[in-house]
Structure formats: C-alpha cells, structure tokens
Design a protein around this ligand. Structure first.
Ligand code: HEM
Length: 239
C-alpha cells in the first residue's frame, strides 16, 4: 500500500496576514450588503430596482445564503479548526457553508438571468453560479470519500469563487474612478470578479501539489537509504 505523507508546515507570517485580509474583506462585504436586509428598495442600485422588487424572494435567499458562505469560509481554512476537538465545529460550519452555496448558488443562477448588463454579463454570472455549485459538489463528494487533500483543493477553488462578491465591490468603484461608464464596467466585472481569483488559486494548488510530490519523493528516498543502512549494520538483506 502506498502511504502519502501530507507535508504539514506552520503557516508563515504572510499566510497569516493574507488570512486576516481575507476575513476583513469578507466581513466588510457582509457589512456593506447587510443594508439589503432592510428590504428598503432605495438601497438597490437604480438600474435593477424594478427587477429586485419583482424577485425579492430570490434576491433575499441569495443574499442571506451567500453571506453565510462568505463569512464562514475563512474560518474553515484555519489549520487548527481541522483537528482535535475543533473538528466538530469544522464539520458544522462546513455543512452550513454547503447549504449557503446550494441556496446562494441556485438563487444566484436565477438572478443571473436577470442581471444588469445584458447577455455577456448574464453569461459571466451564470458561469460563476454553475462553477460555484459544481466546486461545492466536488468538495462535498471528496470529503464523503475521505479524500482530504482533494476536498481542500476544491474548497479553495470554491472560496475563490465566493470571493467574487468582494472583488465585484472592489472593481466597480475602480472602473468608476477610471471614468468607465457603469454598464460597460459592470459587464467586464461580471467576469473579472472571479476569473483572476480562480486562476490564482489554481496556480497555488498546482504549485502545492508539485511541492508535495517532491517532499514525498525525498521522504521515500531517505526511508530507502535508512533501511539499506540498517540492513547493512545488522548484516541482513539482499546478497
Ligand atoms: C459566487 C457566487 C455568486 C453568484 C453567481 C452571484 C450572482 C448574483 C447575481 C446574478 C446578482 C444580480 C446582479 C444584477 O442584478 O445585476 C447578485 C446580486 C447580489 N449578490 Fe450575488 N452572487 C454570488 C455571490 C454572492 C455573495 C457571496 C454575496 C455575499 C454577500 C452576494 C450578495 C449579493 C447582493 C447583495 C446582491 C444585490 C446586488 C448588489 O448590490 O451587488 N452574492 N448576485
């Protein structure tokens, strides 16, 4: 049987800073979007006011479920929460996160068909919703099969997509400051909010896999060398 050693390293300072920034941006997004929970139509952006009022149930389901996912996500990446007595909490938060994606994703898929910006923006949001649901499903399947590394990878992809909600609110004002008209910017942002995030984590996942392979190969070679040395000392083995 081939045993794979999962290389575990303590997160460095940059990883800790990255995690804190991720949590801060997620919390700010929840704070900003919580104004929608007042059900006051004046908070909707003018171009979509009528659409949101006509589809308020879908919008609310989408916002509440997606908010849950975005705020739970960062905690699931803490190494400490994935072991010992914290594992129960990780599982509970994980199930809640999955429900968030399921409801947030399905209602997002519905809202995508009505999104501002026309067919290109709608296609961008539709693809985002489909990939969000798909990556959540893959992550769930892998953990059911106890494939922890694959589960971690698919969750990382999934959260990169969840983070589209943050990036949308970063890119929109940047385009506004650049003097780009709102609708044009919105069409671009429907894609730009998630594609670079996904590309970035895909790069990180592949780099991590290659490091893991090198680490496993090195461990195997050390083990082989040590066994040969021991056999030589004891005078046993081949020959
Ligand atoms: C990652 C998957 C997501 C998809 C596919 C998605 C899709 C959509 C779509 C299509 C709309 C309508 C946009 C329009 O009418 O032009 C929308 C609106 C909205 N979504 Fe999401 N969304 C996602 C994630 C999130 C998350 C994580 C949040 C968390 C806070 C969120 C909060 C909102 C809010 C507040 C609105 C109302 C419009 C606004 O001010 O941006 N969404 N979403």
């Amino acid at each position: 049987m081939k045993t794979e050693i999962i290389q575990s390293r303590k997160p460095g300072l940059w990883k800790k800073i990255g995690w804190a920034v991720m949590l801060l941006l997620a919390a700010l997004t929840v704070l900003i979007t919580s104004r929608y929970l007042t059900l006051d139509p004046d908070v909707y952006f003018p171009e979509q006011k009528a659409v949101y009022m006509a589809h308020i149930t879908f919008l609310m389901v989408h916002i509440v479920a997606s908010m849950l996912a975005i705020i739970i996500g960062p905690f699931q990446f803490l190494p400490g929460i994935r072991k010992g007595r914290w594992l129960k909490l990780h599982r509970l938060l994980g199930r809640t996160y999955m429900l968030g994606i399921l409801f947030g994703g399905l209602s997002g898929l519905y809202m995508a068909q009505l999104a501002h910006g026309g067919p290109i923006a709608r296609l961008g949001f539709t693809l985002l919703a489909v990939l969000w649901l798909f990556s959540g499903f893959r992550a769930y399947k892998h953990i059911r099969n106890k494939e922890i590394e694959r589960h971690r990878e698919w969750m990382t992809r999934n959260y990169a997509l969840t983070f589209a909600a943050v990036m949308l609110r970063v890119w929109n004002p940047i385009f506004g400051m650049m003097g780009i008209d709102f609708t044009t910017g919105y069409i671009v942002v429907a894609w730009l909010a998630w594609m670079p995030n996904l590309a970035l984590v895909e790069f990180a996942i592949r780099r991590n896999r290659s490091r893991q392979r090198n680490f496993n190969a090195m461990s195997a070679s050390i083990r082989k060398h040590k066994t040969a040395e021991l056999e030589q000392t004891l005078g046993v083995g081949e020959g």
